[in-house]
Every structure is written in structure tokens, then in C-alpha cells.
Design a protein around this ligand. Structure first.
Ligand code: PLP
Length: 388
């Protein structure tokens, strides 16, 4: 009954573990979950008020498929203000979350025979979308020793005449690594003279603790022309459930193609979310963003210290996002078994590294209160002791 295309898809391992943890919690178990990729803060008041106004003003009907003009203008202003990038309204489309932006982008550009380079560890969705669109995933492996970043040499070696796209995620989910301007410039140089699209997923842009954020399209004109910038508000202003994301590209034909797909599939995103998103983009929530960033940084610092004090585990201090990618190679070479046993024995949920394409690690989200982080890491320590 089902198509070959749908059968290429696997279930998201992060969602699977988070759901399992929620079910066990509902059964009354004392589960501590560090698996979800969402802030534990509420959406800022100013954004909620904009949504309530939208409802009260009956802004509840179909809108332009690619987003209302005021929202696209807010996106363009944000990209100019924060990233120094100039995009016209026909170079921007608003989607149902950045995941949907990626789905539309991959659907419009990837087909059988195309290769997509994905640095590993990667966010779980990328390879699934490539397979769904009939493309081939080309992984570039990275390790904690190189701060989980690919080098220009690795990129050069992965390129073939079939390469259609490079996916770059900075800050990274699951490692929190952030590429510097020089590093992105060097990667961009390798791509000069090719037609390779760079899909730059900048979802965690606002969560930077050390160093600076650089938008891939901003490093050179060549990179501006080839890059599709993907971003949203899910992580920066805790709007995961509202479903708002966007992509921007120099290539207007590409944006037009994704608009066509959207017009025949989901149509416009929720009208109320669009009004709320304007408030999230135009600076009104900046104080809330900074409050969350500072709080995440305090948690990061303490969690890194606690993990590195555990015999058998080690972790790099991530420059951004809200994840630690903890190395378990001294105690386990099977991250799925590690995560399952940890959940069963200590009632702690983490995501196995294998789900992100890297064996020998687990992902720990510190978008959870500090008390739970402390208790959770203590339980993980007990579990690790039992393995020795
Ligand atoms: N990109 C990355 C790297 C993510 O980690 C996530 C969410 O986990 C997304 C995109 C999707 O975000 P959204 O909620 O806007 O679909």
C-alpha cells in the first residue's frame, strides 16, 4: 500500500525517546528527560499579546501563501540588522517551522542522482529528507577532537560532479559547535566554481555563549548567491509549538518554486502565528532572548563541569545551542543500548549519538531547570559506575 518514497523515512529518534519518556512519566515514574530540543521557558509576553490581538481583530483567515507582507518585511529587516544580508520580499518565504522550510527546499532541489553532503553528527531530519527526495547522503565524519567541524580538505574530498548541496548547521544540533567567519569563508572557497547550494540552518543563531555568530551567506558574494538561509523562532523565543520558520535565497526562482509547492500542500502558515512572529522578529523580545541565553549559559557551564568530573565521560564546552554531545567511548560503544539502559535503570532520558550519525556519544539537552540537570547528571554518574 505504501510508496517506496515513504518507506525511506525513519521515525525521528529524538521524538521517539521524548515520547517514551513522557509515557513513562505519565505512568508515575520519576523520569528526568534531557532529550527534547525545546526551551523550557514560556513564549515572551509581547509575542503572546500580538497573537491575542490578532484573534480579537479577526485576523483568522487565509493569507498570502508565502507570508503577509508585514511579516516578510520583518524577516528582511531582521536579516539586514542581524546578519548584514539584503533580501527582497520575493527572496523570502515563510513556512510552518524551519523543518518545513527544509522540506520545501529539499523537495524543490534534490532528486535521484543528487548527492547532499551532511557533516556528522547531524540533526536527524536532514538525511531523512534527502532520502525521501531520492537523493544520496554523503556524510563527512567529525569528532570532538576537531570540535565537530568539517575542514576545507574534507569538503574538497567529498565533492563530486553529483554534489548538489552542502548542509551547514551553525550553531550545531547536536554538538553546539559554531563555525567562525574564517572557517565558513574557507569552506566557501572550496565551493567556488561549482553549482553547489549551501543550506545554512541558523536556527540556534541567538544562542551563542562564546565567540560570534556568522551567517554563511554573509561571508562573500559567491556564498550569498549559493546559500539558502534557513531560520525561525522556535528556539530563540521559545515558539516551538507556534510553527514559524523561513528561508531566504538570492535565487528568486527557487523561492517561487517552494511557494508553488506550499500553495498546493499547506498554503499559508497560521495567520495568528504570523502576527506573533512579527513581534518576535522586530526586537521587542530582545530582553527575553538575552535572559534565556544567560540562563542557558549558566546551565551549560555547570553541566560541562559536572560531566567532565565523571570518570569515563568527557564533553566539549559548546559555543552555542543548548546541547552537550557527551563522549561515552570509554564505557560503551553502543549508544542506543546505553540510552535504553540509562532510562530503564536510572529513569534518565538522553538521545543516543547513533541517531545523529555518530556512535560513542549521547546528546544531553540543557534546556531544563538546573535542579533537574544536577540530579540527572548524578544519576548518569551512578549508571556509568555500574558499567565499569
Ligand atoms: N534546525 C535545527 C538544527 C533544529 O534543531 C530544529 C529543531 O529541533 C529545526 C531546524 C526545526 O525547527 P522548527 O521547530 O522551526 O521546525
Amino acid at each position: 500500500m505504501l510508496t517506496d518514497r515513504i518507506n525511506t523515512l525513519s521515525e525521528s529518534i529524538t521524538i521517539a525517546i521524548t515520547t517514551l519518556a513522557q509515557e513513562l512519566k505519565a505512568e508515575g515514574k520519576d523520569i528526568l528527560s534531557f532529550s527534547a530540543g525545546e526551551p523550557d521557558f514560556g513564549t515572551p509576553r509581547v509575542i503572546k499579546d500580538a497573537a491575542i490581538d490578532a484573534i480579537n481583530n479577526d485576523f483568522t483567515k487565509y493569507t498570502a501563501v508565502d507570508g503577509i507582507p508585514a511579516l516578510k518585511e520583518a524577516v528582511a529587516n531582521k536579516l539586514l540588522r542581524d546578519n548584514g544580508l539584503t533580501y527582497a520580499p520575493n527572496q523570502i518565504i515563510v513556512n510552518n517551522g524551519a523543518k518545513h522550510s527544509l522540506f520545501n527546499l529539499f523537495s524543490a532541489t534534490i532528486q535521484s542522482g543528487d548527492e547532499v553532503i551532511i557533516p556528522a553528527p547531524y540533526w536527524v531530519t536532514y538525511p531523512e529528507l534527502v532520502k525521501y527526495c531520492g537523493g544520496t547522503v554523503v556524510e563527512i565524519e567529525t569528532h570532538d577532537a576537531s570540535a565537530f567541524k568539517i575542514t576545507p580538505e574534507q569538503l574538497k574530498n567529498a565533492l563530486t560532479p553529483k554534489t548538489k548541496m552542502l548542509v551547514l548547521t551553525t550553531p550545531s544540533n547536536p554538538t553546539g559547535s559554531v563555525y567562525t567567519k574564517d572557517e565558513i569563508t574557507a569552506l566557501g572557497k572550496v565551493l567556488e566554481g561549482t553549482d553547489v547550494i549551501v543550506a545554512s540552518d541558523e536556527m540556534y543563531e541567538k544562542l551563542i555563549y562564546d565567540g560570534e555568530f556568522t551567517s554563511a551567506a554573509s561571508v562573500s558574494d559567491d556564498m550569498y548567491q549559493r546559500t539558502v538561509t534557513i531560520n525561525g523562532l522556535s528556539k530563540s523565543v521559545a515558539m516551538t509549538g507556534w510553527r514559524f520558520g523561513y528561508m531566504a535565497a538570492a535565487n528568486t526562482e527557487l523561492i517561487k518554486a517552494t511557494k508553488k509547492l506550499q500553495s498546493q500542500s499547506t498554503s499559508n502558515i497560521n495567520s495568528i502565528t504570523q502576527m506573533a512572529a512579527i513581534a518576535g522578529l522586530d526586537g521587542k523580545a530582545d530582553a527575553d532572548i538575552e535572559m534565556m541565553r544567560k540562563e542557558f549559559m549558566i546551565r551549560r557551564d555547570e553541566a560541562v563541569e559536572l560531566f567532565n568530573a565523571i570518570d569515563g565521560l568527557s564533553v566539549l564546552k559548546p559555543d552555542g545551542a543548548f546541547y552537550l554531545f557527551v563522549n561515552i567511548k570509554e564505557v560503551s560503544n553502543d549508544s542506543l543500548k546505553f540510552a535504553k539502559d540509562l532510562l530503564a535503570q536510572q529513569e534518565v532520558a538522553v538521545v543516543p549519538g547513533i541517531g545523529f550519525g555518530s556512535e560513542g556519544y549521547f546528546r544531553f539537552s540543557f534546556a531544563t531547570d538546573i535542579k533537574s540537570i544536577r540530579t540527572g547528571i548524578k544519576r548518569i554518574e551512578e549508571f556509568v559506575k555500574s558499567l565499569k
